[in-house]
Design a protein around this ligand. Structure first.
Ligand SMILES: Cc1ncc(COP(=O)(O)O)c(C=O)c1O
Length: 391
């Protein structure tokens, strides 16, 4: 039998973190000790009151389909939360609950991008943006995020990338993989172009609560932007709920019926008992979130200081998310090569900056959602490996 798949499958990318995780686990199965700095998820457990809410929901019969866009009480709570945190007015009808934040990317692009449409997206950035743009026949237009600019984009360069074919701009702040945070002037430059050219902005704000300095700003709060911004957020990172698969999008009302149909055609709905747990996450005590963010900050301070002590490595201080993006250019090694070597020889699983796009060459991504003890051991191993290579 000929195993023929559709030609479009050649256009789909992947998320390297999951591949490296499999390789790291295979090494562990052979008895190797591996420190996991590859996967982007909090190492904390979901707060227990949220787990209890899911258990109770199961007992209460939340075992059936829910409306495609989500349980009304959760949509209302999300609308309230997003209105309060972004300083905008969100109607519950604008909310779509999905299994994780990721489907919001897929649905938004499916609903908006025609073959040949240009989509401006951050590079280095979350790899699924580029993968999905290409998969749908869109033209990916990378918006470089450079270390010299604190991993923010240059507004002039952004303006030079906007064309008559631009349909959508994707932003992500705080950012994966750099930990960079956009400033108000950056958001204003995008808002200005969006208003002028009638563009839609997909603002990935999944790390919005994991911010160590400054105040979180959403582009949705700028003039004329609520009707052209899609906010992506969710429970995975903020509440340590990656495995629950719980996210949401806030859509301009004109897009909601289309997203509704995409959900009906793909997953039908998000697990009802998980949605009840999400309601408790939003409405219950927030001290677990604050404690987790404080611990991430301690680890950030440690890991950035320690990386900067290693010969051949320099690392900017990230202001949000839980990733460090050290510059390894002076080792003279391509990023992918160094990441492979660190995994194979030192038992430290990291990601090559190039897993996030061409502009990630010269960098590694380290997730510091791991214990201080493991971070210290990992840095020692990286230092020893680089010292040996330099000899
Ligand atoms: C920038 C960014 N957006 C979205 C997601 C997706 O999150 P979820 O696990 O809720 O689908 C991630 C996950 O790593 C991410 O880093």
């Amino acid at each position: 039998m000929a195993h023929r798949v559709a030609a479009r499958m050649e256009q789909i990318g992947t998320e390297t973190a999951f591949e490296v995780l499999v390789r790291a686990r295979a090494l562990e199965a052979q008895g190797r000790d591996v420190i996991h700095l590859e996967i982007g998820e909090p190492d904390f457990d979901t707060p227990s009151h949220i787990i209890r809410a899911a258990q109770q929901a199961l007992e209460e019969g939340y075992t059936h389909y829910s409306p495609a866009l989500g349980l009304p009480e959760l949509r209302a709570a999300i609308a309230q939360e997003v209105s309060a945190t972004r300083g905008i007015s969100v109607d519950p009808r604008q909310v779509a609950v999905t299994p994780g934040g990721k489907p919001i990317m897929f649905y938004s692009l499916l609903a908006l991008v025609e073959p040949g449409d240009e989509v401006i997206y951050p590079n280095p950035g979350f790899p699924i943006y580029e993968s999905m743009i290409t998969f749908l026949g869109g033209t990916p237009v990378p918006l470089p995020l450079r270390e010299a600019n604190q991993f923010r984009f240059d507004p002039d360069e952004f303006r030079s990338l906007v064309s008559d074919r631009t349909r959508l701009v994707i932003l992500n702040s705080p950012a994966n993989p750099t930990g960079g945070v956009l400033e108000l002037a950056d958001l204003q430059s995008v808002a200005e172009a969006a208003r002028e050219r009638d563009l839609v902005v997909l603002s990935d704000e999944i790390y919005g609560r994991i911010l160590y300095e400054g105040q979180f700003r959403s582009i949705a709060s700028l003039e004329g932007m609520p009707e052209r911004t899609i906010i992506l957020d969710g429970f995975s990172k903020t509440y340590a709920m990656t495995g629950w698969r719980l996210g949401y999008g806030i859509f301009p009302e004109w897009l909601v019926p289309h997203i509704d149909r995409l959900i009906v055609n793909s997953v039908s709905c998000t697990a009802a008992f998980a949605q009840r747990a999400a309601l408790t996450a939003l409405q219950g005590p927030q001290d677990a979130v604050a404690a987790m963010v404080a611990e991430f900050k301690r680890r950030r301070d440690f890991v950035v200081a320690r990386l900067n002590q290693i010969a051949g490595v320099s690392c900017l201080c990230p202001h949000g998310a839980f990733y460090a993006f050290p510059n390894i250019q002076s080792t003279g090694l391509p990023s992918k090569h160094l990441a492979d070597l660190l995994l194979q020889e030192a038992g430290v699983a990291t990601l090559s900056g190039t897993a996030f796009g061409a502009y990630g060459e010269g960098y590694l991504r380290l997730s510091y959602a791991n214990s201080l003890e493991n971070l210290a051991r990992a840095c020692d191993r990286i230092e020893a490996t680089l010292a040996r290579l330099a000899r």
